[in-house]
Design a protein around this ligand. Structure first.
Ligand code: DX5
Ligand code: ZN
Length: 215
């Protein structure tokens, strides 16, 4: 299977978000990655359910919503109702990880967990049978445009190893500092999807950049 590419609209012009999601489709990408930050779990604030709901009208692509918020269990249902197709969150930010995963699934959506750059693989281990997507951060969550941390890639390899060993079905997605330069390494580690913010939105030829990562 070819690597799926999910451009992050965090790197788009916030005054032209509808155009950004339309461009993501024109560039031939696979999913749209939406970074939701609350200023509490991470030191940055982006947007919430109203933005997802608004963008849903402009795109028929998979909306991959990455929640960097505290107590995600309070909001996952609302993100599903707003039109998210996939909702992922950070388990250490939640008081009810299983409940939040179950709620996403009960809405007919895909659920996933995220391992932040400073967190160990073990935080997701007991939920691996319940998730559709395992998102591994290769930067500390909070901002776009940071440098890729190669030391985080071994968590993707561990996710791939356990998936094979126990027959789990989750996809493995990598987020943070991804570009055509490191995508091969991620493929080898077992990644199925890459998030790319600045490398796509700041590219002189975004279509080509997307294509170079669909390996
Ligand atoms: C970081 C976000 C990422 C980020 C990726 O907290 O989760 O999705 O937007 O942006 P780049 O590709 O620029 O690192
Ligand atoms: Zn993200």
């Amino acid at each position: 299977m070819k690597m799926l590419v999910a451009p992050s609209i965090l790197s788009a012009d916030f005054g032209k978000m509808a155009e950004a999601v339309e461009n993501v489709k024109l560039w031939g990408a696979d999913w749209v990655h939406c970074d939701v930050m609350d200023g509490v779990y991470v030191p940055n604030i982006t947007f919430g359910m109203p933005m997802v709901k608004a963008l849903r009208k402009y795109s028929d692509m998979v909306l991959d919503v990455h929640l960097m918020i505290t107590k995600p269990e309070k909001y996952v249902g609302q993100f599903c109702d707003a039109g998210a197709d996939i909702v992922t969150f950070h388990p250490e930010a939640s008081d009810d990880v299983q409940g939040a995963l179950d709620e996403i699934k009960s809405k007919g959506k895909k659920c996933g967990l995220v391992i932040n750059a400073d967190q160990p693989f073990e935080i997701v281990e007991k939920y691996l049978a319940s998730i559709d997507l395992l998102l591994i951060m290769t930067v500390q969550a909070g901002f776009g445009g940071q440098s890729f941390k190669p030391e985080c890639v071994e968590k993707a390899a561990k996710g791939a190893e356990l998936r094979k060993k126990f027959g789990y079905s989750y996809l493995i997605e990598i987020d943070g500092g991804v570009s055509p330069k490191n995508v091969e390494l991620l493929k080898q580690a077992g990644a199925d999807v890459v998030v790319a913010g600045s490398s796509v939105f700041k590219s002189e030829n975004p279509s080509l950049t997307v294509k170079q990562m669909q390996i």
